[in-house]
Design a protein around this ligand. Sequence first.
Ligand SMILES: NC(=O)c1ccc[n+]([C@@H]2O[C@H](COP(=O)([O-])OP(=O)(O)OC[C@H]3O[C@@H](n4cnc5c(N)ncnc54)[C@H](O)[C@@H]3O)[C@@H](O)[C@H]2O)c1
Length: 311
Amino acid sequence: MEISLEGKVALVTGCGPNIGSGIALALSRYGAKVACNDVSDESIAACIRRIERNGGTAMAAPGDVTEEEDVRGYVEAVLERWGRIDILVNNAAVLGGRGVLDEEAAAFERAVRVSSLGYFLNTKHVGRAMAERGIRGSVVCISSSNGWSGTAGVIAYAFSKGGVNNFVRAAAMDLAPYGIRVNSFTPTAPTPDNPELLAAGVTGVLQSPPRGGDRGAGGLGGPTGDEPWRRPERWRGERTPMVPMGTTGTPTDIGHAVAWLSSDYARLVTGTDLVVDGGARARNFAYLPAAAGDLAGPVPLVGLDGSAATE
Ligand SMILES: NC(=O)c1ccc[n+]([C@@H]2O[C@H](COP(=O)([O-])OP(=O)(O)OC[C@H]3O[C@@H](n4cnc5c(N)ncnc54)[C@H](O)[C@@H]3O)[C@@H](O)[C@H]2O)c1
């Protein structure tokens, strides 16, 4: 099976150096032209550089995914330049946060807004552009394992990612008559493999740290208010022993899967979720995976970025 996105145009939101950049690069390596969105011009520039040095074609689509005028503006700019959008990847999100006793209303609202309004506005305007042109495109909404099971310390993130999962099913029904597919992809704390992050010394699982300062209801049920059980467990360096295959993979693994999901091979895949996580989500709570030394491990990663491949 030779996946080709040749002739297709993709828009990826939130092209930061970790997952967004990995997906954008993969779509480009499979043949798509890629419009890179972010609120950070620096992240957009780095993503475009990465695509171009790997032989791809990219453009900037700067803007805030929660501002309808911004979304309209960059969607128009992509249509003006390339005439079509075949693939939308809703990826921009605000990670990290606090638990239900400590989260602040403004932070909760912002995190939920980016994942809810952001995913909605981009799906609406790109969906309309696809439908108007008869393009039977693909929308992929990046979810999280936090959208499927509970984690302490990220109440807004968990709320919004749970919402993403049902947004996908409902939007899939809205867009099915036009031949447009809508699915989610669920990453599970991948190991960064962007050479620029590796060069900067980032090697472990990359997640936003919990926000510091006064944790609001600090001390309730514990002496400091900052006990580990109030936060998601964060694995650094060595891979968590709780993953059956020994690894949840890299942004490159995510990119390969999103490229397939956006290709014509997946023409009847809609309203569902794809997860590439080494069995992490499939694991029953009472099952302890084999020790790292007893694992065969996955086959080697098919790298997409010259020097990449950390696993
Ligand atoms: N890193 C993980 O462990 C992990 C695990 C599961 C799911 N995910 C999901 O994968 C996706 C990417 O995660 P990541 O680790 O690369 O995160 P990241 O924080 O590195 O990247 C998110 C990007 O979104 C951008 N962004 C935030 N708000 C925006 C807005 N309003 N408009 C436009 N851009 C905006 C940020 O500037 C940033 O570049 C997110 O949807 C996240 O929820 C991440």
